[in-house]
Ligand binder design. Structure first.
Ligand code: MN
Ligand code: MN
Length: 290
């Protein structure tokens, strides 16, 4: 009779969970539109729009063990948030697949650091922006530095970004000088997402892959409510395809940069749908492996 709040179909306890939803409401390095700390709640509310059954994957999310842990308490200081994210992740049971709801993109390096472990972990970032600044607004933990910090964890071999169409001249030089794999949205437009994914996944020759979706990778036509909207982006079909192709080896996902105050609901709906896509795609694979 009473519905538990949180992400739709997340009715499991942590001890039984195969998937955990974690909100990371941090947004104090926002450089244009702020308010992404309201993102996790907006995504949770939007998640109730959808059927629990996913026809394409033939998976019913109501049959899966999903737990919504709620939001981490992250405050406003980037170094405090970083330590809390790492401590929080350390408490997750081994083997559980986390889905992190941002918050701004500055949450991702801490997540990657926490789950990298001794084995090789590849990181695939979808983003309009290079995020390769060494420092921005007097902090190295700004969302404008997200990819730079991720690269410092696993090196250039373990990193690919797709959807790029914005950065400073220095960032583009840094990317070229360090042979960083960053595929532009123009390349996706010209060659198709599958061909770009072939190249990206060949480069990320790893068993464990982490997917970070900065929602501004999508064209503002699909995802208008983001911190730094940038035209000429990916389509929702492109991102669906990325999720489908990486799900089998994905060990986690984050969806970041949603700013609900600028939304009429469509960006939150897409974010929620992408999270559900990810769970359904993963569940389909584990069903097949069984
Ligand atoms: Mn970003
Ligand atoms: Mn971005």
């Amino acid at each position: 009779m009473f519905q538990k709040c949180g992400f739709a179909d997340a009715t499991s306890e942590l001890k039984d969970a195969d998937y955990v939803v974690v909100g990371l409401p941090f947004d104090s390095t926002a450089s244009f539109r702020s308010g992404s700390r309201e993102g996790p709640e907006a995504i949770r509310i939007a998640s109730f729009n959808f059927e629990s059954y996913d026809r394409y994957y033939d998976v019913d999310l109501a049959d899966l063990n999903i737990c919504d842990l709620g939001n981490m308490e992250l405050g406003a200081d980037p170094t405090y948030a970083k330590e809390n994210i790492k401590e929080g992740i350390a408490l997750l049971p081994e083997g559980v697949i986390p889905i992190f709801l941002g918050g701004e993109h500055s949450i991702t390096p801490s997540i990657v650091e926490a789950i990298a472990g001794p084995g090789d972990l590849g990181v695939l970032v979808l983003d309009a922006h290079l995020d390769l600044r060494d420092e921005y607004g007097y902090t190295r933990f700004s969302h404008a530095c997200a990819s730079r910090r991720i690269l410092e964890i696993g090196g250039v071999e373990a990193y690919v970004s797709i959807g790029i169409r914005s950065g400073s001249m220095e960032e583009f030089s840094f990317a070229a000088d360090n042979q960083i794999s960053c595929f532009t949205s123009r390349e996706v437009q010209e060659k198709g997402i599958d061909q770009i994914l072939d190249l990206a996944l060949k480069k990320l020759d790893c068993e464990r892959l982490y997917l970070s979706i900065d929602l501004d990778a999508l064209d503002p036509a699909y995802a208008p409510a983001v911190g730094n909207p940038e035209p000429f982006g990916l389509t929702s079909w492109d991102v669906k395809r990325v999720i489908e192709r990486v799900a089998s080896r994905a060990v986690g996902l984050d969806i970041n940069e949603l700013t609900p105050a600028y939304d009429r609901g469509e960006t939150a709906l897409l974010a929620a749908r992408l999270a559900r896509e990810f769970v359904a795609a993963k569940a389909k694979h584990s069903k097949r492996d069984r």
